[in-house]
Design a protein around this ligand. Structure first.
Ligand SMILES: Nc1ncnc2c1ncn2[C@@H]1O[C@H](COP(=O)(O)OP(=O)(O)OP(=O)(O)O)[C@@H](O)[C@H]1O
Length: 661
């Protein structure tokens, strides 16, 4: 088959690439390595593969025949999207290859007919040479075209995969934040990620299908020209082998699907074992043996599935090959019979031999590549399905473009996370005002961070309303709304970018570095920057070339500078001083009043002694507001605030005393 790309022969096409994203979930039922006698729970990630299992079961001859033209169109569509000229080049090459194949077969007939004629050898050779020249020329052109097809396909494949990844990244940025709390969304996103990785494979597979199709057509035309009975006979003889290949492909796909949860588990374990995040705890906790044991157990389960699928596939292929062999014997017997009964000449019989080989190879190629393309198509369905509906969570909010808010009203808001059986917030009402600092305090899990995310429009409430100057956040254009939000979340990002980019978040302002330095000073991050080798140009990533690593508190100062840099009408600080030393913490709290002059500030903190800076303190307990007032009012009122205050005064008698400079 001219033009069939090298990847066709690559057995690695059976691989199922694991999800590459940072795992969001953590193992849920760790065993106890110190008590090997205790039965170890078989921890596995749940993987709901119902619909994909059904799709996998559809890898049958009929479905495959229906899907193949769609897949070729899809592969060409993708190629067209990234490089039109290369796509046209590929199609041209494949068409010419098919024509050359047919010409080659015709030339064989001409050569054999000339050579087998009566007369002297010299005369016969003279008559045969134009056909021999055509045969050699066609073979040479096909070889060249094959190389060109490989070259163009291998250029297009990676481009297509990168494009598919880009589309996925864009798709992910367009979903509601709550999507990430939904297990179905996370599973679909991982599946889509894997689909994006294999999109490039479809280019090669599409080309191989076209090449096989062209080879089949060329051989079929020539074979029918020799005698009409040969083609249907050959196709019928190839069927058992084709069926066996398709069944083996289905078995492998379903085995991969069954190992999906385990593959995800492996990627989670790999991430924890490889990366720096947990490296200290793996060592100090002597967890290496436990983790690699868990890894081995999971791999063993996957291997068992793979082995069973390989054995079953091999058995099917064997039966197919035996039936195929018998079928071929029938076809060859037919050729001999046609020759013996004078229905075809010796020259035609010779042509039939070559045409039979061409058609047989093409049919086998069509089935083998077809089965693989259908499997690739199923993975790609995960990708396109996800893009079409962004996992069902695409943001659909209104067009309103908010100004810096004067008031933000939270009106009887109730919020429940996906899959939870209780509300994180119940019937909460409060108003934030420009020029005021509002503090949220309460025990862990009382709903403070949830409320701050609702106020920022990151989540939309399950019930009730959050109104920015009277307009529900759901009616606002999310990008325009978030341009008015400066947020320091509890877990702020350590972007592997320069200090400048970390502060500007890639959105510099006209005042340039002067504004960046001002924000750094307000957050006490200037002390950090001054000590860095390249100042604002320093790359904050140790593993990277020329990068520098910051301490936890230094990172928090950068995160604060990031928020102070942003010209936004709402400043949300969720535990902004958790990692700061007492002096830095004191300074930040002192600056809050200044910052609140032209914006609304929402402060979430456990530093009860420091919330005196707030104009109003809201005390949350189990998702409900239980107290509200000034520091003086609440500290004199019996209730939860007094209780929280008493714990902190006992444990932090010195907090908030002087700046010590
Ligand atoms: N993404 C989420 N998905 C599901 N449940 C969540 C999620 N985030 C928080 N919760 C639940 O909502 C409740 C409130 O959590 P929230 O983070 O708002 O509390 P918090 O007061 O900020 O706690 P902390 O002081 O520990 O930061 C908790 O019961 C928590 O388990």
């Amino acid at each position: 088959m001219g033009g069939m790309s090298e990847s066709t022969a690559d057995a690695s096409a059976d691989r199922v690439p694991g999800p590459r994203s940072t795992p969001a979930a953590s193992p849920t039922a760790p065993g106890d390595a110190s008590h090997p006698a205790a039965p170890e729970p078989q921890m596995r990630y749940v993987d709901l593969t119902g619909s994909r299992e059904a799709a996998g079961r559809s890898i049958r001859m009929r479905d495959m025949a229906r899907r193949l033209p769609q897949l070729v169109r899809r592969s060409l569509g993708l190629a067209w999207r990234v490089d039109r000229r290369a796509t046209v080049g590929l199609l041209l090459c494949q068409t010419v290859t098919g024509v050359m194949q047919a010409l080659g077969l015709v030339a064989i007939a001409g050569t054999l007919t000339a050579l087998l004629r009566d007369g002297d050898v010299y005369h016969r050779l003279l008559q045969a040479w134009p056909s021999v020249a055509l045969l050699a020329g066609a073979a040479g052109v096909r070889a060249l075209l094959g190389i060109t097809v490989n070259w163009l396909s291998s250029r297009l494949g990676p481009l297509v995969s990168r494009e598919a990844e880009q589309m996925l990244l864009t798709g992910c940025a367009e979903v509601e934040l709550c999507a990430y709390d939904d297990p179905d969304f996370n599973r679909d996103r991982e599946a889509a990620d894997r689909g994006a990785q294999v999109t490039g494979d479809l280019i090669n597979e599409g080309q191989d299908l076209i090449a096989s199709g062209a080879g089949f057509l060329a051989g079929a035309i020539v074979l029918t020209g020799v005698h009409w009975v040969l083609l249907p006979l050959l196709v019928a003889a190839s069927l058992p082998q084709a069926l066996a290949q398709v069944s083996a492909a289905r078995v492998r796909y379903l085995a991969n699907l069954r190992s999906n949860g385990d593959n995800r588990m492996l990627s989670v374990l790999r991430w924890h074992i490889y990366t720096k995040d947990a490296a200290d705890q793996i060592r100090a906790g002597t967890m290496a043996d436990f983790l690699s044991g868990r890894y081995r157990q999971t791999v063993a389960r996957i291997n068992r599935e793979d082995r069973a699928a390989a054995d079953k596939g091999a058995r099917m292929s064997l039966v197919g090959a035996v039936c195929g062999g018998l079928g071929s014997a029938v076809v060859w017997a037919a050729v001999v019979w046609l020759l013996a009964t004078g229905r075809i000449t010796v020259g035609h019989a010779g042509t039939a031999v070559f045409a039979l080989q061409t058609v047989g190879m093409s049919v086998r190629g069509l089935v083998a590549v077809g089965a693989r393309a259908v499997r690739t198509g199923l993975y790609m369905d995960d990708w396109t399905g996800f893009l079409d509906k962004a996992g069902g969570f695409r943001m659909r909010r209104g067009p309103h473009r908010p100004e810096p808010p004067r008031t933000i009203e939270v009106k009887s808001v109730t919020h429940r996370y996906a899959g939870k059986d209780r509300d994180a917030l119940s019937d909460v009402s409060l108003t934030l005002r420009r020029g005021e600092v509002t503090a949220l305090v309460g025990f862990n899990g009382s709903g403070k961070s949830t409320l701050s995310k609702l106020v920022s429009g990151l989540y939309l409430p399950t019930d009730g309303q959050v109104l920015w100057d009277g307009v529900p956040v759901g009616d606002a254009d999310p990008r325009a709304l978030w341009q008015q939000v400066a947020l320091v979340p509890q877990n702020y990002a350590h972007w592997p970018l320069t200090v400048r980019e970390n502060v500007t978040q890639g959105q510099p302002v006209a005042r340039g570095d002067a504004a960046v330095r001002e924000a750094c000073e307000a957050a006490d991050a200037h002390e950090v920057v001054d000590k860095l080798g390249a100042g604002l140009d320093t790359l904050l990533a140790r593993e990277w070339l020329n990068g520098e690593e910051l301490s936890g508190g230094q990172w928090q100062r950068i995160a604060l500078a990031r928020a102070f840099f942003r010209q936004a009408g709402l400043l949300v600080l969720d535990e902004p001083t958790a990692n700061l030393d007492p002096r830095a913490e004191y300074r930040i709290f002192q600056r809050l009043r200044d910052l609140a002059r032209d914006r609304a500030v929402l402060l979430v903190t456990h530093r009860i002694t420091n919330v005196a800076v707030a104009d109003r303190i809201v005390v949350l307990d189990e998702g409900r507001i239980v107290q509200e007032g000034t520091y003086v009012q609440l500290s004199q009122q019996p209730g939860l605030f007094q209780q929280l205050l008493s714990y902190q005064i006992t444990s932090e008698p010195e907090a908030g005393v002087g700046d010590g400079t």
